[in-house]
Ligand binder design. Structure first.
Ligand code: MOS
Length: 744
């Protein structure tokens, strides 16, 4: 009997669903590991964008009932300097050590910590600390004339940020059809519902950190380095995370500050970032200005592409928003130039946010493609078909598996693309109606992962790996993978993740966890099968070649059925196996291969725009995705719904404003930073082609977290153009962008 099809690809409900919906799942700030109530810590943050701290006046604080301690750079070396850690064992959001010096580089920088017995006291005390500064010249405005401009060489995946091939200028000189335009995207914040939080508990030289992080292993190495500890002396626990979207990916100074405070005070310390803290403490997507130039012949074949991105970084964080990387690989084009500049500004540090680079980059590229189609008088889908490539344009390799043309076909059919009309001509009642589309894509990443499997006497399988479920469904996907290999039900698999003491796995970023654990779980299952076969032979059984089936209280193969109690006699330990892989895909220094790994898709949007008020609604979006084998139809679809919803937010709502004079974010709250709510989201229509990519891993799955956010904002912007004839080249698009020019 082969039950494989009963597990993989099925819409298995979340195994942790009950814990989450009943409020029994324990997030970092919920943890109370001991009787000792933790001390509460609140950050003191810089109020100026550049300068030096000359002193702290604590006179209003010291008498406060329950105030325990104030910590700052004046307390000496609490934290080991983390600049350029020699072992490169972790990725941090900032190349800066908190409390190392009196220097201030942006508003919101952590410059002190108040610890008190009650949260209310800590909050009051943090407000009452008076900081004295010596301010120096700050460069905050994007166009600050004397800001240092850098051309970074590599993105953090190791990919080149400055790319050139062929001769763009020569091709442009000969071109018959060109478009050139500048597109801008705003500062955006992640805004996960769970704020970052760290509870640090020391026991002698060992610290346990309950940290809201997307990477327990990375976080462990960071804390170990900063606390001058052997990594074995740090344990990071993160069994549940309430979203991250990138802001809990690399680790940030607050985790070290909490650990240092708990060490100094010899007591558990809990530091929960406020919503406002979240805007300056763990990154954002920086504002971008992107100039895109496209040239095509009369058949619509691209002859030149140029994509220049201007963005910024903080003085202490090196994030680059890599907008042009997609452009360098997506369409066939021999003459191409992609460049990225960053200005060093006194702003908080940026970091990856929901398809970093791809999301803002495809807003520009896919808007420009729409403008080119318009100039050519060509259907936008047809223009993309004509520039389709079976070869990764960056390296000349064939794709492992690519079905993008099918995505265009299926999407066009599902949205009713044939209904589309000339710009500004489709009216229904008071509404202008339009359709738009864009290509979606996201790299296939995989990193080294180890896994431990255990088979119990009662027939339960346990899978353990130091990865984390940030809300994506990984608990369930892991149970399905193991269940599949032993032809059993996911109910018989217990999943142990969210603990850095387990065999190491990747951080939950770059949509890479499923593909990474797939290879490791497959290998561990192979090792466990061999171990079980050897055990069966040892107890005198004769085996054929049929696969092993864990069937409740028995292990079966072929006609043989052996009770677990016979396989694992009373008093014997459970049978354990470890397996894994050190293979790396999608990052520099990875596996030598003649293939390129990418997921693709097509996003279509219908918009309706009120002709009197310019209000933009999105009654329907369709996304068709080629993401390899889908492990769980339900959680995968939920990922796609989430990404397309992000697309609506990015296109129409999300924006953080910065005050160029003071360097402060103006709207750091969920009340003033708009995200889509249910009333903004109508029909989201998702199809996944579900074609396995066995070159990528033995389960054939590629990543699918971020792709549905890529191209989504361009699809909506292009639909707005189709509805109104108004081309908006900045995000978000608001009704005041349309009011004046709306066709009457
Ligand atoms: Mo994601 S922005 O790679 O956490």
């Amino acid at each position: 009997m082969n039950l494989e099809s009963k597990v993989i690809g099925k819409p298995v409900s979340r195994v942790d669903g009950r814990l989450k919906t009943t409020g029994t799942a324990q997030y970092s700030a919920d943890q109370r590991p001991s009787e000792d109530r933790p001390m509460h810590a609140v950050l003191v943050k810089s109020g100026i964008p550049s300068g030096r701290i000359t002193g702290f006046d604590l006179s209003a604080v010291q008498g406060m009932d329950g105030f325990v301690r104030f910590l700052s750079h004046l307390d000496g070396a609490l934290i080991r300097s983390i600049k350029n850690p020699a072992d490169g064992s972790f990725a941090a959001g900032e190349e800066y050590t908190p409390f190392e010096s009196d220097r201030v580089d942006f508003v919101g920088q952590h410059i002190g910590l108040v610890v008190a017995r009650a949260l209310e006291t800590a909050e009051a005390a943090a407000k009452a600390v008076v900081v004295k500064y010596e301010a120096s010249t700050a460069r905050i405005a994007f166009d600050s004339p004397d800001a240092e401009v850098r051309q970074p060489i590599l993105y953090n995946t190791g990919e080149e940020l400055q790319v050139s091939r062929g001769d763009v200028d020569a091709a442009l000189a000969k071109a018959t059809h060109t478009v050139q335009a500048t597109y801008t995207t705003p500062i955006e914040h992640h805004n996960p519902i769970e704020p970052s939080a760290t509870l640090a508990v020391w026991d002698g030289d060992h610290v346990t950190v309950y940290d809201a992080t997307q990477g327990s292993v990375n976080d462990k190495n960071y804390v170990a380095f900063g606390m001058s500890l052997d990594p074995e002396n740090v344990r990071v626990l993160n069994p549940f995370i309430g979203g991250g979207f990138g802001c809990k990916g690399f680790t940030w100074p607050h985790s070290l500050i909490a650990a240092a405070a708990a060490r100094v005070l010899d007591a558990p310390v809990l530091l929960v970032l406020s919503r406002k803290d979240m805007y300056t403490s763990c990154g954002h997507r920086p504002y971008t200005e992107q100039e895109v130039t496209l040239a095509a012949d009369t058949d619509g074949v691209l002859t030149a592409t140029r994509h220049l991105t201007d963005s910024y970084r903080s003085p202490v964080g090196d994030h680059v928003e890599p907008c042009g990387l997609t452009t360098a690989m997506l369409y066939r084009c021999d003459n191409l130039e992609v460049a990225h500049n960053v200005r060093v500004l006194n702003r908080p540090s940026g970091t990856p946010l929901r398809s970093p680079g791809e999301a803002p980059g495809t807003f520009a590229l896919e808007s420009a493609m729409d403008e080119l189609a318009e100039k050519l008088g060509m259907d936008p889908v047809e223009l993309r078909r004509r520039n389709h490539t079976d070869i990764d344009q960056r390296n000349g390799r064939k794709w492992s598996s690519k079905h993008l043309l099918d995505c265009y076909d299926r999407g066009a059919e599902r949205i009713g693309w044939a209904r589309r009309r000339a710009p500004g001509t489709w009216r229904e009642g008071k509404d202008l109606v339009g359709l738009g589309m864009a290509t979606a894509c996201y790299p296939g990443y995989r990193t080294p992962t180890q896994t431990r499997l255990t088979l119990d006497r009662d027939g339960t399988l346990h899978v353990a790996v130091a990865v984390q479920d940030i809300g994506t469904g990984l608990y369930t996907v892991l149970a399905q993978m193991v269940a599949d290999r032993f032809r059993t039900s996911p109910d018989t698999v217990r999943v142990l993740i969210g603990d850095s003491d387990l065999p190491p796995g990747p951080l939950a970023g770059g949509s890479m966890t499923t593909a990474s654990v797939a290879a490791a779980v497959d290998d561990a299952c192979r090792v466990l099968s061999e171990t079980l076969r050897a055990r069966l032979v040892k107890i005198g059984k004769t085996l054929g070649n049929e696969p092993l089936v864990v069937d409740g209280g028995a292990l079966r193969t072929g006609a043989l059925s052996v009770p677990m109690t016979e396989l694992i006699p009373t008093g014997s330990p459970a049978i354990a196996a470890e397996g894994g892989t050190n293979d790396i895909y999608g990052f520099a220094g990875g596996v030598e291969t003649d293939k390129s790994f990418y997921s693709f898709g097509a996003i279509f949007a219908e918009v309706r725009i009120d002709r009197d008020y310019g209000i933009i609604r999105v009654p329907k979006m369709t996304g068709v995705f080629d993401v390899g084998r889908v492990i769980n139809a339900k959680t995968a679809r939920s990922q796609m719904l989430g990404g397309m919803t992000f697309g609506i937010g990015m296109a129409l709502m999300e924006e953080t404003f910065i005050d160029d004079k003071t360097g402060r974010f103006v709207n750091p709250s969920l009340g003033e930073y708009y995200v889509p709510v249910n009333a903004d989201v109508h029909e989201l229509d998702v199809e996944m082609l579900d074609i396995p990519d066995y070159d990528f891993n033995p389960f054939g799955a590629r990543g699918l977290g971020e792709i549905s956010n890529v191209g989504a904002s361009a699809a909506i912007a292009n639909a707005v153009y189709n509805a109104t004839g108004i081309r908006v080249r900045h995000l978000p698009i608001r009704l005041d962008d349309l009011l004046e020019g709306l066709p009457r």
